[in-house]
Design a protein around this ligand. Structure first.
Ligand code: OGA
Ligand code: MN
Length: 222
């Protein structure tokens, strides 16, 4: 057998898939530290910082398609959709395809695609409590967030708070945006929010989707 080169090794250990599936079934969310390969985090972080420095990110909005609105009072990040333009992005998206396969095998979710964007939160930015998908218009099924910030300080802010699905005031987890940490949760039922960050904060937010196209009208991809 030929050993695969380090750069093509999976970012998830098989055991992490199992733990993730179990947590999703039991509580609707999963958070793991040191799940994403440090070298991959470093490469993705570098790409995002470069884009932020060269002002090529887009201000993020809320709502999809024609309902898209810019609301700095609701979310303050700037984004860039991953499109396989670098080896690091391809590696990240390939790992998410493997995760999609595991989720479909274990949970019969019929996930058929994954979309993801880099997100850069400047100092002071936040994202108010929200759901990533509304019931009845199921397209985003499982949300993922990967954090890219090495050595995040304890007073850095910018934690993602996960709330209980049945009592949305009840905090169940506070996720520090440290490089290597991976979070995922059910898009339709888990409220979450990003607290104001005290320094620039880098992440990749992504969604496994079901095909929600109907009546010949294509579901807006983003
Ligand atoms: C989102 C989101 C969380 C984070 O982009 O929808 O909730 O921690 N992001 O970046
Ligand atoms: Mn969200």
């Amino acid at each position: 057998m030929i050993a695969s080169p380090a750069h093509s090794s999976p970012i998830f250990e098989p055991a992490a898939h199992t733990a993730l599936v179990e947590a999703l079934v039991e509580q609707g969310w999963y958070v793991g530290a040191n799940v994403i390969d440090p070298a991959l985090c470093h490469a993705l972080h570098g790409e995002l910082l470069h884009m932020a420095e060269h002002d090529v990110l887009s201000e993020a909005g809320i709502g999809r398609g024609q309902q898209h609105l810019l609301r700095k009072d609701i979310r303050g990040d700037a984004i860039h959709w991953l499109d396989r333009e670098s080896e690091a992005q391809r590696r990240y998206l390939n790992a998410m395809s493997e995760l999609q396969h595991s989720l479909n095998q274990a949970l019969f979710l019929g996930l058929f695609e994954y979309e993801a964007h880099f997100a850069h939160y400047p100092s002071g930015a936040f994202y108010q409590r929200h759901l990533d998908s509304f019931r009845g218009r199921a397209n985003r099924v499982i949300s993922t967030v990967s954090y890219l910030n090495p050595n995040w300080p304890t007073d850095g802010g910018g934690e993602m708070i996960i709330y209980h699905p049945d009592s949305p005031e009840q905090e169940v987890a506070r996720v520090v945006p440290e490089a290597g940490t991976f979070a995922c949760f059910l898009s339709e039922t888990i409220p979450h929010e990003v607290l104001p960050t005290q320094q620039p904060r880098a992440s990749i937010a992504g969604w496994f989707r079901r095909n929600a196209s109907m009546g010949g009208v294509l579901d807006p991809a983003r």
